[in-house]
Write a protein that binds this ligand. Sequence first.
Ligand code: ZN
Length: 347
Amino acid sequence: MKALVLEEVHNLSLRDFPIERDEVMGPHDVRIKVHTVGICGSDVHYFTHGRIADFVVRAPMILGHEASGTVIEAGAEVSTLKVGDRVCMEPGIPDPNSRTTRLGLYNIDPAVRFWATPPVHGILRPTVVHPAAFTFKLPDNVSFAEAAMVEPLAVGVHAATKAQIKPGDVAMVSGAGPIGLVTALAALAAGCARVFVTDVDDTKLAIAASLSSAITTLNVTSDPVAQILKATDGWGVEVVFECSGSAHAASGVFDALAPGGRVVYVGIPNAPFPYDMGKAMVREARVEHIFRYAHVFPRCVGLLSSGAINVKPLITRTFSFDDSVEAFKIAATAPKGEVKMQIELPQ
Ligand code: ZN
């Protein structure tokens, strides 16, 4: 089948790729016609660097993991989905018998097979076979484009869950990329009264500010810590979400944190960084880290359907499948004003 293949670093092609033999249906699987796929920072990073941490592209690999589509075949034992259902798909399939999965931590199962993480192929192809248990039916009022945002949104919802947000909490999100923005939306949906979003890029901050009147944007060059302390009568924020991956931001997470506050590290810094443990201790800060998400797709679909979260303003550009190589070249330049670019497959 025709697929978007990362042949090696800096080399993408849209070509026939023999994957049909991997697409044998089991009784608990569904076959899905792929409709929309979001371009993730990780896809772009594999394109431009050929690796993320210890995951190295050593053979041609199909990209893409943020996807929605339509069920075109259901396995004999599948009772939750039927042909014609519109769905979104969770891209990581753990080993159901692993120790981490049985502990309820399946997202950190070392054996998890996650789309477009070498050597596992991604989803920028016409069809895919996927376990029904990791495939989620969409209500009529959630579009394919919104449904392809469920995967990044799941990161924000998982982060907000880890933060144990209480109604009225004030949060800060550092980094206004797609993950920072979905985290801010998830924090508001979880009950935050106000969210400060920081970034270096004013075009990203303008998009953040447009999402909610409860979002206050601060450029990192304007001493956001001083501004947050001023706006909170010196108390600070109850929750800090570090979504920028910047070592500077990651080491400064306690500066605006209120006593008893929580920090959730979401962005992956590209190198180890120091943080001031003394500042953490005097606040009795609780520090959490997340990796992807575990079983929050149904919640995300519910939040989109009810209108509690609106991801539509984040979808800034849509390409046809035929233009997907061009789409990645554009994404690799990190164009200002773009948040989430998506690719639509022919139906
Ligand atoms: Zn992603």
